[in-house]
Write a protein that binds this ligand. Structure first.
Ligand code: COI
Length: 360
């Protein structure tokens, strides 16, 4: 693996109080950069003071959105030690996203090293208040100065870090969700399974409409029949109907969420039946009417687990779990955060102590 060059800032930023942390508003003192050029491959991994990226206005990413990202978190345990949650899985997913957008793959060991090196360099920025963490945002963008439509020949990988509190203003409180009947996020054969910025651009219009109607987010349906559940906002969706937990399969339109996989694994460990299968919105409505739909929640890195308390569909308002957080949703939230903060045993080996020694 290439050595990482570290240039430390000479003007550290003032700190923001941990109580005031929202999501993605405050950034640490440093960032990680690495470049790709045709011929040289990926080169020059380095940590530098946090700064704007200088980019030519003809850079491909600014025109054709050849860009991918990922998101993971570093946690401070009660003993002060720092941990990353499933960093190898995030590195592998970033590379799958790269493949989907014709971006040359990175060395996954180097992606993981970048997570450790930046957290180690900015270790004093990892907050300690319960529910807080350091959100890491790795991204790859096409930087070639060229307006033809084809995969670029130059890229930048960057990693930035942001101390965060809750993603939703509601925290772990239930959110209200509007079923998107007209707009779709992704279709099979498209970019839905990749963490491409373009998917999030495609989600904005419907999300704004939902907000105007008083909802926090939308529930996406499939792009062909507008019938089967896809994702909820930026998260994977799970429902509890009777004794079964149901979540849509990884059919190509939804992201292979790492929190989704964590939740499925834990539920199976607990002896709960989990089905990854298509679920129609009409069946959700019917299960709500006959009382067998007891819980619904989203899973994602940013919010971990977010209960759905209300669903708006065809001008009806369905209440789920009496608008409260259900017992299984709560159990999952507690179990996943217990692993992340190091208070629960980790039989699956998901939690990695932050490697020190990158300081210069
Ligand atoms: C997540 O749930 O972690 C997300 O994907 C949200 C992120 C785009 C802010």
């Amino acid at each position: 693996m290439l050595p990482i060059d570290i240039t430390r800032t000479t003007s550290p930023k003032p700190r923001v109080s941990e109580e005031a942390l929202g999501f993605g508003q405050v950034f640490t003192d440093h960032m990680f950069l690495m470049d790709y050029d045709d011929g040289d491959g990926w080169h020059s991994p380095r940590i530098v003071p946090y700064q704007p990226l200088a980019m030519d206005p003809a850079s491909a990413v600014l025109h054709y959105a050849q860009a991918v990202f990922d998101g993971l978190k570093a946690y401070r345990g009660q003993d002060g030690s720092l941990r990353l949650f499933r960093p190898g899985d995030h590195a592998a997913r970033l590379n799958r996203s790269c493949a989907g957008l014709c971006i040359p793959p990175l060395d996954e060991a180097m992606i993981e090293a970048s997570f450790h090196a930046l957290v180690d360099t900015d270790r004093d920025w990892v907050p300690s208040r319960p529910g807080t963490s350091l959100y890491l945002r790795p991204a790859v963008i096409a930087t070639e100065r060229f307006l033809g439509v084809r995969p670029a020949k130059a890229y930048t990988y960057f990693l930035i870090a942001s101390p965060v509190g809750s993603y939703y203003a509601e925290g772990i409180d239930p959110v209200s969700i509007l079923v998107a009947e007209r707009h779709v996020r992704a279709v099979e054969g498209g970019l839905g399974a990749f963490k491409a910025g373009a998917n999030y651009a495609a989600s904005l219009y419907a999300a704004e409409e939902a907000k105007q109607e008083g909802f926090s987010q939308v529930l996406w349906l499939d792009g062909v029949q507008h019938r089967y559940l896809d994702e909820v906002g930026t998260m994977n969706i799970m429902l509890r109907i009777g004794d079964e937990v149901i979540t849509p399969p990884l059919s190509g339109t939804i992201l292979a969420g790492i929190t989704r996989d964590t939740a499925i694994t834990l539920l199976k460990d607990w002896g709960i039946a989990v089905s990854e299968r298509p679920i129609a919105i009409d069946d959700v409505v019917a299960a709500n009417r006959n009382g067998t739909l007891t819980e619904m929640w989203g899973t994602g890195t940013a919010a971990v687990v977010s209960p759905v308390g209300e669903l708006g569909y065809k001008s009806e308002h369905l209440t789920i779990a009496n608008g409260q957080i259900g017992p299984l949703t709560r159990r999952l939230f507690d179990a996943i955060t217990g692993l992340q903060y190091g208070t629960a045993p980790d039989p699956h080996g998901w939690v990695k102590p932050v490697r020190a020694g990158f300081r210069s």
